[in-house]
Design a protein around this ligand. Structure first.
Ligand code: ARG
Length: 460
């Protein structure tokens, strides 16, 4: 039986079922590195303000390095009787250094300790996810130059709408991912405020220097209210909210590409290495990775909900409920990371089936809006132009023809303002090329977007 660090007031040992029920070491062991980092900063500060000697701080820091090594190599036995990562490390320290080890927890509680650990961990996670998002942006941009002139139908309501450059599609995802990155960097500002030194909930009477630990741990500031620190998990909710939106973007991208890989669309072929077969149907090549990116988004999006439910009814300040925060955060983080690690290769290596796309590009009247805009340029009021083209579409549909198949006489019969130059805007490729306002899907506008993205991603 392990003697508890907090065992002074207890006569009887903890029930073993209670230990198993209350432990968090099975999921918080991954905090070991940040826990040691936080403890080393704390020990240095304790020495600087004279609460321990410099020599004691040196011993503590060196021992913590060794303990972390043992932890990483799996040489430290994990036991529910030591509850969590903080107790495992502290007890290893005390086993090594005796009374010197017993001084580390001066002016500190596991409440500010775990908050500090989580902030350090999430800060690293944000930087990692940001890099992965950038990789994915690069993958989309990598296709653009080659596919700038490929015109594909764009949809609303999953009905063919207007033709755009394929590169416009790819860069659409770059924009979404950029907002994800911006949100993460905004979240990081609030993550990066130091909880350390708030102790249990009320601060301490000991002469600590919280600025010193904050600086050592590269925090941008010090949290101003100890009660707030002890109870605050906003930063986790913000972080998982950012991840949820990333997951939503990945999921709808996956959905889009799953459709595009179907025989019905036939726009894309995924690399063999990223698809799987069927155990019964020999012909199948399934987009399972994309389906699981879509499916796993549920787990990521659920984390924020889980955290809201966790905190919404808690009285101030720390409550043991908060131990459960890590399960939601780690699940969301691990899952987003796994998706983002796979996505760039799929994006960069999927083959766009240009011939298949082109062979059906003229279906669905994707040039109808271009014709309407042609009329507007000739002074026809927009609503009148809309109606004229609508009538022409109905006329074509009945005769199984395309707008570009109509004769000039037929077109002028519908609207006398139409001239022979109308054939320069009819047809999907002409219609796409005409889209030239800022942010449009025509090649000229998209070329400018590509240049911008290439420059932006080269900056670092
Ligand atoms: N294992 C706990 C957690 O993850 C650490 C903090 C425990 N604090 C306490 N007063 N029991 O939240």
């Amino acid at each position: 039986m392990t003697k508890k660090a907090w065992g002074g007031r207890f006569a009887a040992p903890t029930d073993s079922q209670v230990e198993a029920f209350t432990e968090s070491i099975s999921f918080d062991a991954r905090l070991a590195a940040v826990d040691v980092k936080g403890s080393q900063a704390h020990a240095r500060m304790l020495a600087d303000v004279g609460l321990i000697t410099q020599q004691e701080a040196d011993q503590i820091c060196a021992a913590l390095d060794e303990i972390l090594g043992e932890f990483k190599r799996g040489e430290i036995e994990l036991t529910s009787s030591l509850e969590d990562v903080h107790m495992h490390i502290e007890s290893a320290l005390i086993a090594r250094l005796g009374d010197t080890g017993r001084k580390l927890h001066t002016a500190r509680s596991r409440n500010d300790q775990v908050a500090t650990d989580l902030k350090l961990y999430v800060r690293e996670a944000i930087d990692e996810i940001d890099g992965l998002l950038e990789n994915l942006q690069r993958a989309f941009v990598s296709r653009c130059e080659d596919e700038l002139e490929v015109v594909i139908p764009a949809y609303t309501h999953l009905q063919r709408a207007q033709p755009v450059s394929a590169a416009h599609y790819w860069l659409c995802y770059c924009e979404k991912l950029q907002r994800d990155r911006d949100r993460l960097s905004d979240c990081r500002r609030r993550v990066n405020i130091s909880p350390l030194g708030s102790a249990a909930l009320a601060g301490t009477s000991l002469p600590i220097d919280r600025n010193r630990t904050a600086e050592a741990l590269e925090f941008d500031g010090v949290a101003a209210n100890s009660l707030d620190v002890s109870s605050d998990r906003d930063f986790l909710i913000e972080f998982t909210s950012c991840l949820a939106l990333i997951a939503a973007h990945l999921s709808s991208w996956a959905e889009e590409w799953i459709l595009w890989c179907s025989t019905e669309f036939g726009y894309l072929t995924l690399p063999d290495a990223y698809t799987t077969g069927s155990s019964i149907m020999p012909q199948k090549k399934n987009p399972d990775v994309l389906e699981l990116i879509r499916g796993k988004s549920a787990r990521i999006i659920a984390a924020t909900q889980q955290l809201y439910l966790l905190v919404k009814g808690l009285p101030l300040a720390y409550n043991r409920d908060l131990q459960e925060d890590k399960l939601a955060v780690f699940a969301a983080y691990d899952t987003v990371r796994a998706c983002l690690q796979l996505a760039p290769d799929i994006v960069a290596n999927a083959v766009l089936n240009r011939e298949q796309i082109e062979s059906r590009l003229e279906e669905g009247f994707v040039d109808a809006t271009a014709l309407m805009e042609y009329l507007i340029k000739r002074g026809v009021p927009m609503r009148t132009g809309h109606e004229v083209v609508g009538n022409l579409v109905a006329h074509c549909e009945a005769g199984r023809r395309r707008l570009a198949d109509l004769t000039l006489v037929e077109l002028q019969g519908a609207c006398p303002d139409i001239g022979p130059d109308v054939f320069d805007v009819l047809g999907a490729k002409n219609a796409a090329a005409a889209l030239n306002s800022y942010g449009s899907g025509g090649a000229t506008s998209v070329k400018a977007q590509i240049e911008q993205w290439t420059e932006r991603l080269a900056e670092k």
